[in-house]
Design a protein around this ligand. Structure first.
Ligand code: CP3
Length: 341
């Protein structure tokens, strides 16, 4: 079984020789070779220049040999294409102008994705030419709620109070914003699938800040609708919600094929709650990468054993950060490869 076959089988809950492994944010600043390129180019340049983006996708694969490669890009490109200005500063990404008032809605323009995201088509086509049939290629987008949170609040690190206020006070404006964003997300993901992506992951990182009742109202219907719109592609959809313990059943009811969870919920509890229809991805804490080889290996293997290796894509519960240790990442990936039934 090659990496791509293993990855696709796991997404569908079918048996594999061992679970596949990749890591969210596997490309990025924790890698010295990323930092080298980053010295010479802005993040926007790295994303929009296919030669550079392809090199960045390949960096972690060359070092660690994950089973899947993920497009080098960012969730916020959708808001940029719709007319917002997206900057990446030291304190995290910022999106201007922010929409709090319906009169500003006009700037959220529809997007011709073939034009705006032609460079994404090129990156994925070239990636597939290089990696298929051996390695899986993952496309991705932000989820409607998480993208709207960047648009309406000063930063999703806060309590999302503007977004909640908007949804309560002007529900029709809230819906219009999320629907406009959703249309672009669906078109972007279809473009990635047409270019050859084997699966797509939708990042609803900040939906985990919502109560179950708010999640059902403010995020779930829009993610579900995006996933429904992709169903005719036949490509597996992975949905990530950080801090999803309370929300896992609702999140799985979007119709996703794989639910990517963090360590707020154990894998075995998630399987109990969700049953066999949904495969799981996750869920080790990035902090384990700081532990000794032995501890990393033991935690990885215990996690896999807890599902008997079935219907699982091994990953972290949150993306790697600039301070993640390269050695720990290497041990993590090796531990999965060494797991034996
Ligand atoms: O290997 C990969 O996963 C690379 C592709 C990728 C990036 N961002 C590159 C990136 C992916 C899949 C993302 C997703 C993303 N972006 C999410 C969801 C995943 C998650 O972590 O929950 C979110 C919330 C964002 C928004 C975003 N973009 C943030 C919060 C940041 C700043 C934090 C950080 O890591 O710097 C970014 C910038 C960003 N996105 C960088 C990279 C490599 C760093 C850019 C730089 O070099 O300055």
């Amino acid at each position: 079984m090659n990496s791509r076959e293993r990855f696709l089988a796991a997404c569908r809950g079918r048996p594999t020789d061992r679970p596949p492994v990749w890591i969210m944010r596997q490309a990025g600043r924790y890698l010295p070779e990323y930092r080298e390129l980053r010295k010479e180019h802005s993040f926007w340049e790295l994303m929009r220049t296919p030669d550079l983006a392809l090199e960045l996708v390949m960096q972690p694969l060359r070092r660690f040999g994950m089973d899947a490669a993920i497009l080098f890009s960012d969730i916020l490109i959708v808001l940029d294409a719709m007319g917002a200005k997206v900057t990446y500063d030291k304190g995290g990404p910022r999106v201007h102008p922010r929409v709090c008032d319906p009169d500003q809605l006009g700037f959220l323009a529809p997007v011709d994705v073939r034009q705006s995201f032609d460079y994404i088509r090129e990156i994925i086509e070239r990636l597939c030419a290089e990696l298929h049939p051996d390695t899986a290629v993952i496309g991705f987008s932000g989820a409607p709620f998480t993208l709207a949170s960047y648009l309406v609040d000063p930063g999703p690190d806060g309590d999302l109070s503007n977004l909640r206020k908007l949804a309560d006070g002007r529900p029709e404006v809230y819906r219009e914003i999320l629907e406009r964003i959703s249309r672009v997300i669906v078109d972007l993901l279809k473009l990635q699938i047409d270019a050859g992506a084997d699966v797509v992951q939708i990042f609803d990182t900040w939906a985990g800040k919502l109560s179950l009742a708010d999640y059902r109202k403010l995020a779930l219907p829009f993610s579900r609708s995006v996933i429904e719109d992709l169903s005719d592609t036949g490509v597996p959809v992975l949905l990530y919600v950080r801090n999803a313990a309370e929300l896992s059943q609702a999140a799985a009811s979007t119709g996703c094929d794989v639910l990517s969870i963090d360590s707020s919920l154990t894998l075995s509890r998630a399987r109990e709650l969700l049953g066999p229809r949904v495969a799981l991805q996750g869920n080790l804490s990035p902090e384990i990468l700081l532990e000794s080889h032995q501890v990393i290996r033991q935690k990885v293997q215990t996690a896999i054993d807890s599902l008997e290796g079935r219907g699982l894509i091994v990953n972290l519960g949150q993306g790697l950060t600039p301070t993640s240790p390269v050695e720990g990442v290497s041990t993590f990936v090796k531990a999965v490869k060494e797991w034996a039934k």
